[in-house]
Design a binder for this molecule. Structure first.
Ligand code: HPA
Length: 277
């Protein structure tokens, strides 16, 4: 058996030994949305560290667990803490948690993150619906022998961010009076923030926001046929766009300020998406 698939199955069996929960929707909580899990009617939590062979995230402020429960009547699995490529994991380990959530039953994936704004029209604190991504600067999580049990060798990435789900989220934002930008997210490897020259490059390539996660997760999800949507919190304007250095603490503070709006948009969007399926 493909060693990567073998590891996924081992983790899946280890998870299934402690829960038979069947989520419909999977949610990845990015920086700043960490408290979202408190709003959920929690049925069970499973620490990543208790899952055999699961890659453990080490970043400050990222606690690592799956939370199983309900948003309204929707059974969800929430990743409270994700695995980042810059932590040193193989890219296949970075996407393993996503693959597990699909195996558990989730057909829809909602990804959230914090990002640096590249688009001149954006401001720190803005929320951005992800319309597409650029993942070309990180390795593909599908590199190596294809895992036929999960998906096809050459998966289509047109409409990676599901147009129907995006329409729903836009409508929720309007109804809830939450300003929502829309744009292209570029994943760069990190962990260092970008140089101003790299930000000019990313802008020239068409990117509107930059971060260190997400695109690889979305590729793995699309490989497995999940419908995907993503919302980014623009926690700061990217390097060179404002005076002064970029500090992780500022990123954290800005996302904390945006968190109530971000949480409301995510919550209402999940409810609205659930009603559509
Ligand atoms: N660059 C990369 N990742 C980020 C940023 C940024 O400016 N802000 C939050 N995550």
């Amino acid at each position: 058996m493909n060693p990567i698939y073998k590891k996924v199955i081992k983790c899946y069996d280890s998870l299934r030994a402690v829960t038979d929960f069947q989520p419909r929707l999977a949610l990845v909580l990015g920086t700043g949305l960490g408290n979202f899990a408190d709003c959920i009617r929690v049925v069970q939590t499973v620490e990543y560290s208790s899952i055999e062979d699961f890659p453990i995230s080490t970043v400050e402020g990222h606690t690592g667990r799956y939370v199983f429960g309900y948003v309204d009547a929707v059974p969800v699995v929430v990743m409270q803490g994700r695995v980042h490529y810059y932590e040193g994991y193989d890219i296949s380990d970075v996407v393993l948690p996503i693959r597990l959530m699909k195996l558990m039953g989730a057909e829809i994936l909602m990804v959230t993150n914090a990002s640096g704004g590249i688009c001149e029209r954006f401001q720190a604190g803005d929320l951005m619906l992800i319309s597409d991504h650029i993942s070309s600067f990180v390795p593909s999580p599908l590199r190596g022998a294809n895992i036929d049990e999960l998906g096809t060798r050459f998966p289509d990435m047109t409409d990676a961010y599901d147009p129907g789900l995006r329409t729903i989220i836009r409508a929720v934002a309007v109804k809830e009076n939450i300003p929502l930008q829309e744009g292209i997210y570029i994943q760069l490897p990190g962990p260092q923030f970008e140089t101003p020259a790299e930000i000019r490059m990313a802008r020239a390539l068409g990117a509107d926001a930059v971060g260190m996660s997400t695109a690889c997760e979305v590729i793995a999800a699309r490989h497995m046929g999940m419908r995907v949507c993503g919302i980014s919190c623009v926690s700061n304007m990217a390097a060179g766009m404002t005076s002064g250095p970029l500090l992780h603490e500022d990123v954290q503070q800005n996302v904390d300020e945006a968190a109530p709006r971000f949480e409301r948009l995510v919550w209402k969007s999940i409810v609205s998406i659930a009603r559509s399926i």
